[in-house]
Unconditional design. Sequence first.
Length: 146
Amino acid sequence: MNRFNVRIYGLLIHQGKVLVTDEIRLGTEMTKFPGGGLEFGEGTHDCLIREWQEELGIDITVGDLVYLNPFYQQSGFNPKDQVLAVYYRVFTDSPDQIPVVQNPMQFPTHQEGAQTFRWLHLEEISTENLTFPIDQSLVPTLKHLD
C-alpha cells in the first residue's frame, strides 16, 4: 500500500546556531532536525510539542511555518512511502539547558535508538551536515533565519 509519511520538525535557533539531532534508527546513523512523525488525529503543532517533549524533555512554543518540501521524496526506509516534511520555527525559554555534545555521532553507547543533540553554526551549515534530502534542501533557507 502506498502512503504518505508526514514528518514535523522544529528549528530552534540560538546565538547563531541551529539545533540538530544525531540518531541511530533502523541501523542507520543520521543527522536531522528534532521532530518526528505526525500521528493520525494530531495537529502539526501538537505533534511538534509532543516530539520535543519526548526527545528533549522541554516545552516549546511553535512559531511560523518555515518550509515544506515542494518535491516528491521517497522514504529511504520504506519505498512505498512518500515523505512530506514540515518545518516550523520553535522557541524555548531554556535553550542552554539542552544537553548537547560537540561532535557528530558522539553517543554514550553506539546502539539502536541512541540520540544526541548539538548546535550547528548557521554561517557554516551545509548540505553535507545533514543526512536526508529534504533537510538538505532547507539549508539555503536556514541561512536567512537568524
